[in-house]
Structures are given as C-alpha cells and as structure tokens.
Design a protein around this ligand. Sequence first.
Ligand code: CMP
Length: 392
Amino acid sequence: MSGAQQSIASARERAFDILEHGRRRDLTSRILDWILVGLIIANVTGTLAQTLPEVEQTYGDELQLLDRICVLVFAIEYVARLWVAPEHPLLHSLSPTRARLRFAATPMMVIDALAFVPFVLELMFPGVAAVRLTRLVRFLKLARYSPALATIGRVVALERRALLACVIILGGVMMAAAAAMHVVEGHIQPDRLGDMSKSMWWSAAMLAKIGGVELEPMTATGRIIAAITVMLGIFCFALPVAIIGRGFYEEIRRRDFVVTFAMVAHVPLFAHLDAAAISDLVGILKARTIPAGTVIIRKGEPGDSMYLIASGAVQVDTADGKVRLNEGDFFGEVALLTRERRTATVTTIRSTDVLILDCDDFHRFIDRNPQVGKQVRAVAQERKNGPVDRTG
Ligand code: CMP
C-alpha cells in the first residue's frame, strides 16, 4: 500500500470511529452528534414555524436558507457514512462497493436517504406549502441518537410473546363483547348493533375509549355487558403497558449504556468471531460505567462475572506487583475458569466502561465458541504463572 493509500485508509478508520463507532468517550464524535442533533431540531422547528404566516413573512428567507444549509450538511453526512461503511466489522469481508450498498439498505441509512426527498419535492413543486411539511420526516433522523429508543425496540422484541398474548386477549375480548351485545341488543338498536361489523366497532370503541361511547345500552343485560367490557378494556390496555414498563426498567438497570455491535467487535478477544456470535454477545453482555478508584473485584471473594474494558483502564494488584489493563483487555476470567476465589484485586484507574459477562453466560459462550475459550484459558494460565504484563 502506498503512503497516500495508507493515509486515506487511516483517515477512513478515524472517520468511522467518529461517525459510526459510538465510542462514548470520543469528544469529536460527541460534538459531531450534538451538531447534527441541533440541525435536525432546528430544521424541524423552522418548518413548523414557517406555517405561521407572520413568521413566514418576517423570517421566510432566513428559514429557507437554514433549510438549505441543513440539507447540505445532511448530504455531506450521508456521503461520509457511505464512505466509511467498509470499516464496519459486519461488512469487512465484502468489497467496498458491496459494503456501501449493504450499508445503504440499513434502516438508519434509509431514513437518512428519505430526509432528502422533501428537498427534491420542493424543487419539483416550488412554493407549495404542503410539500414543505414533508421536511418533518427528518425528525426520524433523531432515532440514531436515542439509546432509549433502541432500548424500547429491544424490549418489544424481547417481550414479543407476552405482547402477542395481549393482542390475542384483546381480540378475544373485543369479539366476545361484540357478539354478546349483538345478541342482546341487535334487534333493539339495529342501526348500531344490527350486525357483527357494527357491534365490533362498538366493542372496539368501548375498549379503547374506556366507556366513553355515545351508544347507551337499552337493557339491563346490555348495561352489564357494557360494564364488563369497560373493566376488561382497562385490563387489556394496562397489561402491555406494564409488560413494556417492566422490561424497560430491567433493560435500563442492566445497562448504563447501549452495547453496540461495533463496540463488541472492537474487543480483540472477539475480533475474529462471526456476525452471529457477536450479535449473541450484544444480547447477553451488560454494560456499566464505573467511576475512578472503585474496587471492581476483591481478592478472595467468589467470582460471578468476567469483565471486558470498553474504555478506560484498571489496575490489578497481584502478589508480584501492579499490572495495568487498558481498553480491549479483559479480567475476572480466572475465578470463572477455576471456579475458585478471585486471585487479585482490580480497581479502576479512571472512569471506565466495562462489558460484563455473567458466569453462566461465559461458560455457555465458550462452549459454543471453543477458540475464545482457548484464548481466555491461555491468558489466565499466563496470569496465574507469574507477573505478566500481557493483555487479552
Ligand atoms: P480473577 O482471579 O477472577 O479476578 C482477579 C483478576 O485479575 C483475575 O481473574 C485476572 O483476570 C486478573 N489478573 C490476575 N493476575 C493478573 C496478572 N498477573 N496480570 C493481569 N491480570 C491479572
């Protein structure tokens, strides 16, 4: 590789770190994120403000200029993301062009591409106020910067069976209430309950509006059915809210920050794993930010987890001296492998992001990925054998 090619390659690597890697402690990456978030919010707010005639009259030109600046920045951002795509660990094996095409089809890149549609529409239909409102689609770009949104997505995916059960219960209740009301009052109020489609509409409205429906039941039995439907409506809607609420709380408790695919692939121990194994890890690793000077592991205590340093550094106090472990290293593996007590005390030197693998998950994972097990065992052996300043 020539000197020029090499510097382009390292610039692309750095640009990937800034744009896509999501390393939490990279200041440039955070500043860029904030600038982009600011522009998205400014663009959407400006679009909303332009619907007020007095704002449009006074600041119309300035807001139009702001929109053009946003479009330009978003275009540069889009091209830059495509340029760095071959650096993505999932796409390493593909040619740069195929990697970029594959990357362009990811949901966030599709949203980024959609953000240009309003610009094209405005060129095609200049001066049409309704077309301008399509710019609001750019609001979706914020999804990239919301770890909580990713968490909700994960919770919904994790709780899909329970949520599906809720949908089935809701459908069953709706049909039962509609059928009962149709039988009891269908002949009394044929225009509202005369067939199942009308009754279903009544029961859906009754469940969703929790009773706030104009249709009054005419009979005592009808009123009882309506009352039961209202009660069941509360239950049917409270259930999924509770399921998602609990799942969200557990996820937040489990993770101080979102574990991303790139973050896991960046750990040298996992660098050679395939995409499926890394996705597995993303699901089972917990994440914690631990302040400087905190003892994570105390010598002699039982061991229940292994730790990987996503960023930061720790100090290991061994019988033979102090050893520093940095980003990408792991520790706490010895006690898990030997099923004995911790062999050293480990303390954070500065605020450190760690990925945590529970004992059971650790053993299950190395059973499925023996080469990782072999590597961990080799490092543990070296560490047990003496003062080794070697890392994972
Ligand atoms: P464990 O015994 O579970 O808990 C303490 C950890 O410190 C241990 O696992 C190793 O991961 C780590 N450790 C122990 N000795 C050394 C060493 N000499 N060099 C680096 N790390 C060590």
